[in-house]
Design a protein around this ligand. Structure first.
Ligand SMILES: *[C@@H]1O[C@H](CO)[C@@H](O)[C@H](O)[C@H]1NC(C)=O
Ligand SMILES: *[C@@H]1O[C@H](CO)[C@@H](O)[C@H](O)[C@H]1NC(C)=O
Length: 360
């Protein structure tokens, strides 16, 4: 039943729990994923921790342009609990431009932590969280540590019939990553989804919800993003996913976050021991020399590789120069002191010929 529903949703991890059972913790937890899903042990996995100072700015990266996102052209969307996350199926009439090819939307889903604890994001920026923006209302000292993430999955509609076919091919999928932060105000667009979580409390449940502008879930600046090649963040972890992580976070309220964290179960309704659906995020994976690009110039904090080389050499030559200056000054001072002592010695030796006096 669950499998049939998920095929209906355009089947795709994480909407399609094909193959061996997996979880985030325990005997089937993330460190064991490669045993049943070999791609999860690959060298180009997602998510990653983006070190913003090593990012390469690429001014040729164009803004992301969603087409048909505001008016999806269908009266209803299907929202489902697949036991790993809440998935909203999206019609392929939603397109993305600004990528190497034309991509069509398949679904969006969420990753989150657990109530009262930090964590939940998959992609990280400089070790933890979305950057705190000046004047932001994030809790916990600027940007929030309670940061869920939304992923909008698309497939290459020029080359493939659907996402399940596209996911097997390099460049077949493109995912938009949106960092969610806790701010002072609720975000009205997210209520279009959150208000219906009560209808999909248990794994395998599905509900039809009124369609809405999916664009309103995205941050305002679609021209500011990080780009790299990675993978699905859940088994089967297929690689060749073109990732776009928006730099701007989107703020939801604490009550909205708690709705996301507290509404769902990872188990089916009939299960005698219900398990809460929390902490459904994968830890950052090794970068393994993959380039990470940014569509925007570096901020004042970061440096390019060229600048780092210049700074290192500058520091070395600077130190060498300083050493030489100190060395010669010290040498001159020593020479002068010797000279002075010599004068004193000569003067005193003139006065007292058999006085030992100081020796140089
Ligand atoms: C996806 O497309 C392939 C190839 O056309 C087809 O065999 C498959 O049934 C499709 N899958 C879904 C879930 O629609
Ligand atoms: C991602 O991979 C494609 C093809 O393998 C390549 O052309 C592209 O430059 C890569 N992009 C990044 C950001 O590394």
């Amino acid at each position: 039943m669950l499998r049939a529903l998920l095929l209906l949703l355009g089947g795709l991890a994480p909407a399609l729990p094909a193959g061996p059972h997996w979880a985030y913790e325990g005997p089937h937890g993330q460190q064991h994923w490669p045993e049943g899903h070999p791609a999860c042990g690959g060298r180009a996995q997602s998510p990653i921790d983006i070190q913003t100072r090593w990012v390469q700015p690429d001014p040729s990266l164009p803004p992301i342009r969603p087409v048909g996102y505001r008016r999806p052209g269908t009266p209803a969307f299907t929202l489902a609990n697949n036991g790993h996350t809440a998935v909203l199926a999206l019609p392929p009439s939603l397109r993305l431009q600004g990528l190497p090819r034309s991509f069509a939307a398949a679904q969006l889903h969420f990753h989150w932590g657990r109530p009262g604890r930090a964590g939940g994001a998959e992609h990280l920026l400089d070790g933890h969280r979305a950057p705190a923006e000046p004047g932001g209302h994030g809790l916990g000292g600027g940007g929030s540590l309670l940061c869920p993430q939304m992923h909008v999955v698309h497939y290459d509609a020029e080359r493939y019939a659907n996402a399940s076919e596209a996911q097997h091919h390099a460049g077949g999928l493109a995912v938009l990553g949106v960092l969610l932060e806790v701010g002072a105000d609720p975000h009205p667009a997210y209520n279009n989804i959150l208000n219906h979580l009560g209808s999909i409390r248990y794994a395998g449940q599905t509900t039809a919800i009124p369609s809405f502008s999916v664009q309103d879930l995205l941050p305002p600046r679609l021209d500011l993003y990080y780009r790299y090649n990675g993978s699905l963040t859940t088994p089967p972890c297929f690689q060749g996913v073109l990732w776009t992580l928006f730099q701007q976070p989107v703020r939801i309220s604490l009550a909205q976050l708690e709705q996301l964290q507290g509404a769902l179960y990872a188990t089916e309704a009939a299960e005698p021991e219900p398990q809460r659906l929390v902490d459904n995020f994968r830890v950052p994976q090794e970068l393994n020399q993959r380039p990470v690009l940014s569509s925007f110039p570096r901020g004042p904090k970061g440096y390019s590789t060229g600048e780092v080389v210049a700074i290192v050499f500058g520091a070395i030559f600077g130190c060498l120069g300083l050493f030489l200056v100190v060395h010669f000054v010290a040498k001159r001072m020593r020479a002068r002191r010797v000279q002075e002592q010599d004068v004193v010695f000569k003067a005193s030796s003139r006065r007292a010929p058999d006085d030992d006096g100081p020796r140089p």
